[in-house]
Design a protein around this ligand. Sequence first.
Ligand SMILES: NC(=O)c1ccc[n+]([C@@H]2O[C@H](COP(=O)([O-])OP(=O)(O)OC[C@H]3O[C@@H](n4cnc5c(N)ncnc54)[C@H](OP(=O)(O)O)[C@@H]3O)[C@@H](O)[C@H]2O)c1
Length: 346
Amino acid sequence: MQNRQWKLARHPLAGWPLDDDFIFSDTQLPVPAADQLSARTIYLSMDPYQWGRRRAGIEVPGDVCHGRTVSQVVHSRHPGYQEGDFIFSTNGWQDYGLVGRDIDFFNYMLPRKIDPSQAPISTAIGVLGMLGLTAYAGMYLQCQPQPGETVVVSAASGGVGQNAGQIAKIKGCRVVGVVGSDEKCDFVTDTLGFAACINRKAEDFSEQLARACPDGVDIYFENVGGAVYESVLPLLNKQSRIALCGMISTYGDDREAGLKQWRMTGKPYFDRHQVKVHGLFVGDFVEKYQAQFLAEMADWVKDGLVKYKEDFWDGLEQAPKAFSTMLSGGNFGKTIVKVSDDPTTN
Ligand SMILES: NC(=O)c1ccc[n+]([C@@H]2O[C@H](COP(=O)([O-])OP(=O)(O)OC[C@H]3O[C@@H](n4cnc5c(N)ncnc54)[C@H](OP(=O)(O)O)[C@@H]3O)[C@@H](O)[C@H]2O)c1
């Protein structure tokens, strides 16, 4: 048996991923050393930060593309794991990966076993994984939503956004989503139950957003930056809060344009109303809050208070296409590549 892998073909300097940025190849199955294990990739997470790593040169040509995964242990030389265990790992864009503390800097969440009786195992890279924790940290812990407040969430149907908005709803807020299509708008209002949702591509987007927030905005959960960010800033209320989670609209910019965007911090608006802006790096919340987050979010999912939407692609060979589709907004929900059979769904 061979291990199929996607490797980075060249250092992408600007723009969005192209087919030529990746090479598909075969190699031998990995063999674990002492205290390591090998794991079969079941679900592979597609995340915007992966493009940042490639652009920044953290991943270099020839490297297997980095990616978080839900995997099943095939061979364990680690006393804490047995063949058949489901784990959250960082196999990357390949069929099989090695897992061990020293293998990948991003393994700080490892080794976490996944309990298939708690929820579908794919949720470990979605609503019950880093994306859920990001939403929980930014919305719940940082912005502390209060009943009756108006909350705006951008990329509201996406991996982080769908969770952030639903947490604000659980806390009694009036939640307004911003998305990139009418179909996504319908999902956000009809399925997730947000009070309103605006298509960011509408010509009169700013006016529509202002009309949807007649009492102004108390919390903005920022995922996209650019024109959406500029439209929300004038609506901010006194002592409003922003979770500055991400600015995906800038991730394909060349260096100068990217710097210009990041310089556009919105300081005049923040100063006028003493707005609190929270820097948000999910890794800072893992140690202290992961157990609390998992307990609370798992209950919300079980009770149907938090719904989640996953956007599956079938087969490892689809990884580059799934990745570029997600980065350009063509995804609908949390993007996951199904690499191999999920025995818990048979
Ligand atoms: N701070 C942290 O620790 C942390 C951790 C995880 C993720 N993040 C950030 O969270 C954000 C969402 O990540 P995700 O994994 O949940 O992805 P996602 O929302 O599932 O997918 C990305 C979404 O971004 C929107 N988008 C793409 N290009 C855009 C553009 N030019 N202008 C406006 N919107 C655009 C699209 O939604 P629409 O078409 O519906 O607008 C697309 O579906 C990203 O900014 C990511 O970097 C931050």
